[in-house]
Structures are given as C-alpha cells and as structure tokens.
Write a protein that binds this ligand. Structure first.
Ligand code: HEM
Length: 462
C-alpha cells in the first residue's frame, strides 16, 4: 500500500468518488443512552479501541453529547497523519496546554509549528546522534552499577531517572544538569501521574482543594517550571553557547527575524522534556518486563552483546550491529506502545477513505490497536522479535508500525530514542537477568502513556 493510494480523496478529481458516493461513518456498536460509548472507553480503553475495526474503517463514537471519529486501519491512520486537513487540537491538547504552556512545539500549528520544528530538528538529526553517544553510554552503565545483585529494583523510578537524565544531559548540556536531572525526574514522574487524572476526569475546582495529592502535583508542576527557568537563566549567565538544543532555542528567531519571546523559550524546553521523558521511561519499563518474562530472549540479547563487543562494555559504536537487541526493542514497542492514543481535529470539511468528515470533528486513533491487529500481524499477540528480520518485516502493512507517527508531527526523536533504548537494553542484559518479585504488578496501567502498574524486579548476575 502506498501513501498515494491512501491519500484522502478530493471529490471531483478523476478516479475519486463523487461527493454523493461519500458516506457518513457508521456508529460503532455498544452505545448506551446518554453516555454513548463513554463508559466502555473509560472502563477498558485498550479493549474498546482494539474492537472498533469490527465496525468499520472509520467509525463514529458518542461520548456523552459529543461525536468523535475513530480511525481503525493502518492505511487511514497514515492518511490522517499526512493530510493537511487535520491539525493538533481538541480537549486532550487543551488540557496539556493548560498545564505545560501554550507556546511549545508539541501543541503549535501552522507557520509557528514549522518554524519551531526547523529550530529543534538539527539537535535530533541522524548525524547529531553520535555526539550524544558518550552520555548515553555513561548513563546506561551507571544504571547497571547502581543495581546490586539480588536487590529489588523499582523499575518505575529507575526508568524515569535514566530517561530524564539522558534527555536533559544530551539536549540541555552542562555539568549542572547532573543535580537538576535528578530533580526533573522526580517532578516529571509526579506531574505525569496527576496530569492523566486531570485530563480524563476534568473536575476543575476539585483539583485546587488542599488534598495531599493535589499539593504534591502542584508542587511538582511549579518546581518543573522553576527548574526550566533556572536552566535558561544559568545558561545565559554562563555566556557559553555549546552546540545543543538549548543554544538553538536561545538563538531562534521568529518569522520577522526577531528573537523569540521568553515564554516561548520556556514552553519549548518544557515541550521537549515532557514528551521525552515519560515515553522513553515507559518503554524502558516494558523492556525490563520483557527481559524478565522471556528469559530466552534475554539470553539471546546477552549472547549477541558479548559476541559484538568481545566482552568489553557495550558502547554507542556497537548499537548498529546489535540486530536482535534492536528487534527486541521494536517488538516491545509494538505490543506496548508508550503512545497508545493520538488525536487530531479536522480544519475543514474533508474525507478519510470513502467517509465524510465535517470541519471541527475530533478524530482519534490508537497505535496500540493498530500494532496488535491480527489483520496486520500473524500470531499478533506473540512476542516475536524475529518478525522484524528484513525478509519478514516486508510483510507488515504500511503504517501498521509507526510508534513515532508520520508526517509533520512525527516525533523528532526517533533516532535519539531508538539509540538509547538499544544501548540501555544491551548494557543491562550484558550484566543481569531479571525476575519479578513478590508485590510486583506488571499489568498495564493506562495513563498518558502505557506502562506497567508497578514493576519490581530482582537483578541476578548471569
Ligand atoms: C511527538 C512518540 C520520545 C519529543 C511524538 C509523537 C509520537 C511520539 C507518536 C507524535 C504525536 C502526534 O502525532 O500527535 C514517541 C515515542 C518515544 C518518544 C514512542 C520514545 C519511545 C521522545 C523524546 C523526545 C520527544 C526522547 C525529546 C527528547 C517529541 C516532541 C514531539 C513528539 C517535541 C512533538 C512534535 C511535533 O508536534 O512536531 N512523539 N516519542 N519524543 N515527541 Fe516523541
């Protein structure tokens, strides 16, 4: 399937259905009076989203009084992500903006978004990644050195810690980042916990009451914003301009050639650190879970690392040769995508496939549902890293595995993330095998990202 063959139709052009042939998407089954599909979506969002393709390629959902459109096929999710008729907007994004700021790249649209992407992109380009190699190596090995053989590892805090440290040390360089990265990781873990609750259960004023959970959330959010201000102020005061993302942001100009405002600099740093921490941290937790659940793959990763490195500490230069390790990472991301739901809003009356989509419609789709669909993957629920070997990967339909999305909102950090995830997986597997301990709960916790509820592992030397 090519991008062209799934492009949204423009009625009136040759070979494209006339407007009269376009249909309204069917209503998904299971709606109940008043609440529509809302209850099922809240009760078990993953099962609900995964069942929608039964009802159509695009289906209508009723969430209380509101109609939302869900896209269920890989081809049409690609079409959605690539079409200029849809933008980032809707309730999910509005609540994010309220907490994290309105002027960052993740929520901007149009010319501002294009300009912001041009500013940040060089820091994430493939040729910039080797520059981050030493920090990624150091952090991956520091993780294994912190763990004592036989000791129980709290995978949530450990994963957050390493993800935030790598993002902060690589992108906002500076020695002072060591101590700041520690504070950032504690703040971000707290903020993400509370943010999802505020997004799905918008109780407004109740979140302002002085309950301990609200106080903790507000303190962490305030400290996150304070930290970002400190980082910016200290860099300015140092007079240094290392070749990093922070320098690019401080030197950025707006469309008139004037320096961008303080608020935009602040919101940009927040908008890069926040998606950069929870996503990577959640994926590391799933990788640890996979290594514990599939000792045969853990052993295969260890053997591969040993043969590629000759027994030396694994480094950035080895990552490209670690085929099985990389495939373990990709397969873990297929079954447990950190970003499990994405939304868009139609900016004009438009189409998806043969369906009519009205201007202003909110659209939703789930990479989780797409990446676990039996129509796209044989033995779709099996953990099978070898499905990513080149001869088998060819069989995967286009857009059936796009954990970083495609199009103009594609995650800028795909190379950056994949490199650190493979390096961390290799470093920890070379030293330890893992077992779950009593009290560990590896069931899926649905939040802004998907991650295990409370993964506790024992690290055992080989
Ligand atoms: C956007 C996934 C790591 C920064 C996105 C999007 C996805 C994604 C799916 C697109 C959202 C949409 O279409 O609405 C992931 C995954 C990651 C990861 C799976 C790791 C496993 C990171 C890291 C950073 C980062 C490490 C930065 C350090 C961003 C930014 C955007 C974004 C700034 C917004 C881009 C835009 O709107 O133009 N990410 N991400 N991500 N990601 Fe990531």
């Amino acid at each position: 399937m090519t991008v062209e063959s799934v492009k949204p139709h423009t009625p009136g052009t040759p070979g494209v259905p006339a407007a009269s042939a376009l249909r309204e998407p069917p209503l998904a089954g299971g709606a109940v009076p008043v609440l529509g599909h809302g209850l099922r979506l809240v009760r078990d969002p993953l099962a609900f989203m995964s069942g929608l393709r039964e009802h159509g390629d695009v289906v209508r959902l009723r969430l209380g009084p509101k109609t939302v459109y869900a896209v269920t096929t890989p081809a049409l999710t690609g079409a959605l992500a690539l079409s200029p008729d849809f933008k980032i907007d809707g309730p999910l994004w509005e609540s994010l903006e309220g907490l994290l700021g309105k002027e960052g790249v993740a929520t901007a649209n149009g010319p501002r978004h294009r300009r912001q992407r041009r500013t940040i992109q060089p820091a994430f380009r493939l040729d910039a990644i080797p520059g981050y190699g030493p920090v990624m190596e150091e952090e991956a090995h520091a993780l294994t050195e912190r763990w004592r053989p036989g000791e129980t590892i709290d995978c949530t805090s450990e994963s957050f810690r390493v993800a935030v440290r790598i993002a902060a040390r690589c992108l906002l360089r500076g020695d002072y980042m060591d101590e700041r990265a520690e504070r950032l990781s504690v703040d971000l873990a707290t903020v993400f916990r509370g943010m999802y609750r505020r997004m799905v259960i918008p109780l407004g004023p109740l979140y302002r009451l002085p309950f301990p959970a609200n106080r903790e959330f507000n303190r962490a959010l305030a400290d996150l914003h304070l930290l970002v201000d400190e980082i910016v102020a200290e860099r300015r005061a140092s007079g240094q301009k290392p070749n990093d993302l922070l320098t690019a942001l401080l030197e950025a100009k707006d469309d008139n050639g004037d320096p961008i405002g303080e608020q935009e600099i602040h919101d940009q740093v927040v908008a890069i650190l926040t998606p950069g921490s929870e996503t990577v941290a959640s994926t590391i937790m799933w990788l640890l879970q996979v290594l514990a659940e599939h000792p045969e793959h853990a052993e295969k990763v260890r053997t591969e690392v040993e043969s590629v490195t000759g027994g030396r500490p694994v480094g950035f230069e080895h990552v490209r040769s670690l085929t099985h390790t990389n495939n373990v990472v990709v397969e873990a991301m297929r079954l447990r995508p950190a970003v499990w739901i994405l939304t868009r809003r139609a900016v004009t009356d438009t189409t998806l496939g043969d369906y009519r989509i009205p201007a202003g419609a909110d659209i939703v789709y789930s990479p989780y549902a797409i990446q676990r669909d039996g129509r796209s993957y044989a033995r779709h629920l099996d953990f099978d890293p070898d499905r990513w070997l080149p001869e088998r990967a060819k069989e995967v339909p286009k857009y059936a595995m796009s954990p970083f999305s495609v199009g103009n909102r594609k995650c800028p950090s795909d190379h950056f993330s994949m490199t650190q995830l493979s390096l961390i997986t290799a470093a920890i597997s070379a030293k330890y095998r893992f077992e779950q301990v009593g009290g560990s709960d590896d069931t899926t916790r649905v939040g802004i990202t998907l991650r295990p509820q409370n993964l506790l592992l024992r690290a055992m030397p080989w």
